[in-house]
Design a protein around this ligand. Structure first.
Ligand code: F6P
Length: 533
């Protein structure tokens, strides 16, 4: 079995306190740098033998050839027979990338230029709404057509000098109603972001927005743009071709914000800052393609992930940005990682003989510290943590607050590793209790420690650094997928729910009976109907 040797090794080291590994050289030897990023994985139980075995495992998968296959446009998304080329979207130097015999770069760079022109026109007011200069942009999309740009606009808030940007994703009318309430239809640009232009939530919200706009402006379609691979459908919706920004099926939804799906971000921060973001992604691509495994950030981040999830059996990982502008990163990574590597069969269709990717979750620090960190420190399950921290924020006058943030971040990984033993716990409360009560109180204050974490540190969350971080996580998903032998680029697991929702709609509306539905579903329909659904 794939992980046998690693599991054997883990058996021999599982009870060791990994803090004892931290001699004078480990911090350098168990960290890697690329561009502006430093990844520290010294606070884990991975030792030289474990790392060697992880790299051997990676090499045995034919990783190098597979990585090249991705970058060169081979159809590595085998269940959909598609290339996987989000890297082409940030290949700003235009080196040829050939798919089915044709270089895709002229079209990629052409579309990027069209986006730049349009973003500039919106920002400068040469493109206007029917009531004047655009004040608000509403991006309607879901999944990869929402999470990427929504997360990025928040992440790069210090660079946001364009119109206000809003994001509507949920089919729950509360979402769109709240956004539209704050906008003036005469000065709002609506961007319908949908690769397929069929997603029910997005198309429902797009129609609602069009009706909202039609109440005020004569030509609502003139204030709509579309980001999609389906030009026939965008035309049918009434969006003129000059405001349709297309891309190819070799861009997966959750990897798409580097291209047209990033238009709202480009309008927010401007084409130059967007270019810097692309350059950051490109720099990480070059690093990932060339660096030896032990120096390769995405590779090492992936191998640490595999060690924790598949070898140690830790089922989740927490992503904890000590960078409030990255507050949507955990949600973004949930789609990126869980939609990519949450698969039950390997590429050939056989049942996966080990667990697929972990549950990814998290919140920014320090907020999480006052909420769920209790369980991370003292709960019975081990949760590997991934901390992100910048040396500097953007609020220079409040740098002392930033230093407090950094101190908290470093303190958490230290506390998780060191813990607090019973003697130390006793000494903390010896002045208040004695005898059996002292013992009882002390035990509640014990931290087992020996809980692993990695820290990704960077100078400041600029567009260039942000591009590096996102590309790092994308390639991490690729590496984990290669080792697990799964297809990280399809998402059949979302289909069944969609089909059943379509079938259930007339039942909920009461135009079709619930006969044939299971008893639980039928009873819930009955309850909701009784209460006015
Ligand atoms: O249903 C899942 C999914 O296909 C995601 O992979 C995708 O990001 C999202 O829906 C939105 O799809 P689209 O951009 O086609 O509307």
């Amino acid at each position: 079995m794939l992980f046998d040797a690693l599991e054997k090794h883990h058996d021999t080291v599982r009870d060791r306190r990994f803090e004892t590994l931290l001699d004078g050289t480990r911090a350098e030897a168990f960290s890697a740098t690329a561009g502006d990023l430093r990844l520290d994985y010294a606070k884990t139980n991975i030792d030289p033998t474990g790392r060697e075995q992880l790299i051997e495992l990676l090499n045995a998968t034919g990783f190098v050839a597979k990585r090249e296959a991705m970058f060169t446009g081979e159809p590595i998304n085998e269940t959909e027979n598609r290339a996987v080329l989000h890297t082409a979207l940030r290949n700003l130097d235009g080196d040829p990338v050939v798919v089915d015999g044709a270089d895709v770069m002229p079209e990629v760079l052409g579309t990027l230029n069209e986006m730049r022109h349009f973003a500039k026109a919106v920002r400068e007011g040469t493109y206007q709404g029917q009531g004047g200069k655009i004040t608000d942009v509403v991006n309607i999309g879901i999944g990869g057509s929402d999470l990427g740009p929504a997360m990025s606009v928040k992440a790069l808030a210090p660079y946001h000098d364009g119109p206000r940007c809003h994001f509507v994703s949920n089919v729950d009318p509360a979402d769109i109603a709240a956004v539209l309430r704050s906008c003036d239809p005469a000065t709002t640009l609506v961007i319908v972001a949908s690769k397929t232009f069929t997603t029910i939530e997005t198309m429902t919200n797009a129609r609602t927005a069009k009706a909202w706009m039609a109440e005020v402006v004569a030509d609502p379609g003139a204030q709509f743009a579309a980001l999609s691979t389906a030009e026939d459908k965008t035309a049918a919706f009434g969006i003129a071709p000059q405001r349709v920004f297309g891309f190819s099926d070799w861009v997966g939804g959750r990897y798409s914000m580097w291209g047209p799906i990033g238009l709202s971000m480009m309008i927010a921060i401007g084409p130059d800052a967007f270019d810097a973001f692309l350059r950051g992604g490109q720099a990480m691509d070059q690093h990932f393609r060339a660096a030896e495994p032990v120096e390769n950030l995405p590779v090492m981040l992936a191998l640490v992930g595999l060690w924790h999830n598949q070898v140690c059996g830790y089922a989740t990982r927490a992503v904890l940005p000590y960078d409030n502008n990255l507050s949507r990163l955990p949600a973004y990574l949930q789609q990126l990682e869980m939609e990519s590597n949450g698969k039950g069969v390997s590429m050939d269709g056989a049942d996966l003989p080990f667990h697929s990717g972990p549950v990814v979750w998290g919140e920014p620090g320090t907020n999480g510290q006052h909420a769920f960190y209790q369980l991370i420190h003292q709960g019975t399950r081990v949760i590997p943590c991934e901390f992100l921290v910048a040396a500097r924020g953007h609020e220079e006058a409040l740098h002392h607050q930033h230093q407090l943030l950094v101190a908290n971040c470093l303190a958490q990984s230290e506390a998780l590793m060191r813990g607090r033993d019973l003697d130390e716990a006793r000494s903390k409360v010896a002045d208040k209790f004695d005898g059996a009560e002292l013992e009882r109180q002390a035990r509640h204050r014990v931290f087992t420690g020996n809980r692993p974490s990695v820290t990704l540190a960077y100078p400041q969350l600029t567009p260039f650094v942000f591009g590096q971080i996102i590309a790092l996580y994308e390639h991490r998903v690729f590496v984990e997928g290669v080792v697990l032998g799964i297809n990280s680029y399809d998402q059949w697991g979302v289909e069944l729910g969609k089909e059943l929702a379509t079938a259930l709609q007339p039942v909920v509306e009461g135009t079709q009976s619930a006969d044939g539905k299971d008893g639980s579903t039928a009873a819930l329909v009955g309850f909701l109907q009784k209460h006015g659904v």
